[in-house]
Write a protein that binds this ligand. Sequence first.
Ligand code: COA
Ligand code: AMP
Length: 640
Amino acid sequence: MEKEKQIHQTYAAAYAQSITDPEGFWGEQAKQIAWFREPEQVLSKDEKGFYRWFKGGQLNTAYLALDYHVENGRANQTALIYDSPVTDTIRKYTYTELRDLVAKFAGGLSSLGVGKGDTVVIYMPVIPEAMIAMLACARLGAIHSVVFGGFAPHELTVRIDDAQPKVVISASCGIEFDKHIPYKPLLDEALQKSRHKPNHTIILQRPYVEATMQPGRDLDYNELLQNATPADCVPVDAHDPLYILYTSGTTGKPKGIVRDNGGHAVALKYSMKAVYGVDPGDVFWAASDVGWAVGHSYLVYAPLIHGCTTVLFEGKPVRTPDAGTFWRVIQEHQVKVLFTAPTAIRAIKKEDPEGTYKTKYNLSSLKYLFLAGERCDSATYYWAKDMLKVPVIDHWWQTESGWPMVANMVGYGLIQPRPGSAGKPVCGYKVEILGEEGQALIPAQEGYVAVKLPLPPGCLPTLWQDDDRFSKSYLERFPGYYMTGDGGYIDEDGYVYIMGRIDDVINVSGHRLSTGEMEEMVSSHPAVAECAVIGISDELRGQRPIGLVVLKDGQTISESDIERELIQLIREKIGAVAYFRSALVIKRLPKTRSGKILRKIMRNIADGEHYAIPSTIDDPAILTEIHDSLRERKIGNAFL
Ligand code: COA
Ligand code: AMP
């Protein structure tokens, strides 16, 4: 009890300082990284009135991630373990080896005219070359934009047009279980449709699929690497962008989240010990895709900046080859911290509910399991905890923040986790729950989860070339606050509960997708008059989207044909990851008399939850029709 109290006090003291004296707190943390030039000012505002960190500082993020360690005693330590059950490969790279590869590839990029401030799109599977490409951009001061390999050409086109890259880097294929997914035809299609044309593409030919190359435009990754002269690290300003990462918003146009170099390096370095409790030399494994924020922060940058060994896993939690694959990786590489999504644990639990595979491995190296990306249900929490016998720590963050906003900061000592809660606010984040009018709500009252400005270092300073959208999306709803887009509450003891998005964003297998975007696509079908796409609960994936469509008058297309066509449309436009598998034809959408579609009520119906019929509803009978259709099709829990 005494110990628990002490831990609370240690965390509370650090947290209080981070809020009352952010400049003192982050000024101190900034000393933990090797700047080329020290910042002149810890916190400032730019000419647009946005908060910025570490003005005047100069650094290079790839230097911090690699060269610094080579020069400071970690030259022969393993920096990266590539573990790929789908190709039966395990390859290790020391800090020196990785630094040399990155420097050479940076030289190759530089020979193509890529330099500071240029953008580069990376569309690759989870392989070392993706990481090398990211770090090579960082070395040159170029801005990378990684596009998740599961996205279809349309999504890639949108990102290429927005980021306007000089070069696109890709591979001949990705591997999903035992399926080879040729990437090059997808890239070719995206480039054919994009308005912006990059000067070159660089293609890694993997032995499983050979990409057809377009002479002049397409260059071979390995040839470029072999012929390159290593490039040095280019000093950049703390405020210069390191990368753009597009994430789903509420419309078809994704938001280009910008990450700057200075704040990012300081925040990530701090988080490794303070949030995850790891030390330099420890093995850290974020089982994520490089295309997501978790992949950027905790597969690539944070573990390397902290001098850890990072594990890059090209596989799935199950069927590559079995539900014991995660445990094998932990044992084989002596992983201290595993970070994954609850979906991955649910997938393992589904295939191996008794945890039989786990008994085959020695998991004594594992100290913590961190979960994020979606709400962690208590069944998953308890199953993982009972089986692994280590603390299971739910924590909450977003692409926008780039690092956790709410967690159990084990670096200050483990506080008692509360199932259902993502923990307490992380140092630097003044998390509050606000009501409709922006008023502070009392403990346990559910409302909008907002963070008082300034956000700590590492969070998005703005959106790529769209300050207006940044303000409108995040800052205008509650002046003085960043609106997270999540709903939730804080209990009497300060534990934060994240209850889900309050906008048109859903999380499918931990992948963030926009139902707003899907609605735009479904509506583009010539037979559709109007539609709603909603996220319903899914036992394995957390959520999945379903469409409710109203056909135009006089349409004779059958319900099964329209459903098949819409499923195909979303698959072609967004990708199979969207997991859009059901579209129901209904007579009308439920709306208020002012025309607002009642999406939340439809979600409640599908999830078998209680709902109140608003007095402003246009036609309550339609709710019964939706309920009956869902029940008949056995979609969601409406049949309960
Ligand atoms: N590239 C191409 N296609 C991909 C893909 C990728 N990177 N990822 C998924 N897909 C495809 C799948 O092949 C599948 O295609 P299909 O409809 O032709 O079969 C479809 O997208 C749906 O995939 P998914 O929802 O992932 O289902 P699954 O049965 O293939 O796998 C899980 C289920 C739970 C094992 C898997 O979703 C998983 O590992 N989830 C954890 C994800 C995670 O860690 N997220 C954290 C992000 S921080
Ligand atoms: P992404 O930007 O892909 O990281 O997705 C961010 C969103 O995922 C958040 O806004 C939440 O809705 C959800 N999310 C992430 N982590 C958690 C968590 N631990 N609990 C509940 N929701 C989460």
